[in-house]
Design a protein around this ligand. Sequence first.
Ligand code: ADP
Ligand code: MG
Length: 206
Amino acid sequence: MKQLSAATVRPLSNSQIITSVTSVVKELIENSLDAGATSIDVRLENYGFDKIEVQDNGEGIKAVDVPVMAIDSHEDLRNLATYGFQGEALGSICSVAEVLITTRTADDDFSTQYVLDDSGHILSQKPSHLGQGKTVTALKLFKNLPVRKQFYSTAKKCKDELKKIQALLTSYGILKHDVRIVFVHNKDTVRRCHLRTRKSFPELLG
Ligand code: ADP
Ligand code: MG
């Protein structure tokens, strides 16, 4: 695992507390961009509460790094010394959702899907069929936090959240011209953006 670069060190105030679907998407997209992805697919089901999936074609995670990728650094001083604040975002997501991570690096013959527990440890793993990069799937967000979920009990709140995500993806698209970002909600493409050609499709948000 690489040392924290200036680009990955973020203010602690930005600190990885997962409070919304948007914050999950934001953390996962930042990881994909950090990993050099040029193509990112964001897929949500039921506004993200059933499923949030972010798939990228970045460098993937090396097998040796997999066991520590999502472990809360504070849990283990050795990790803290080695990795600083790495692992906070994925670890935080693990504590509020069921997380699956599929990864394949250029050196791997095939991808591997890992199932993580709520503290970010690997519960199980199996071979899978994806190409190079990483896919993070977060299922049943806030299933253990009824109060948080309650906040999204109206259709308006849910739609506002989708719009926030769309705005977030637009701003990343503007920052990163050469990254293709596709956003799909319940199999409808909300936003397809090939910023290389500066072409984006109309919003389908209802
Ligand atoms: P941080 O981004 O602050 O390092 P995260 O919890 O977001 O912490 O990610 C933990 C680590 O997992 C990252 O430092 C990186 O090494 C690895 N990682 C996360 N997402 C990806 C990805 N999409 N592709 C490759 N490696 C990743
Ligand atoms: Mg991160």
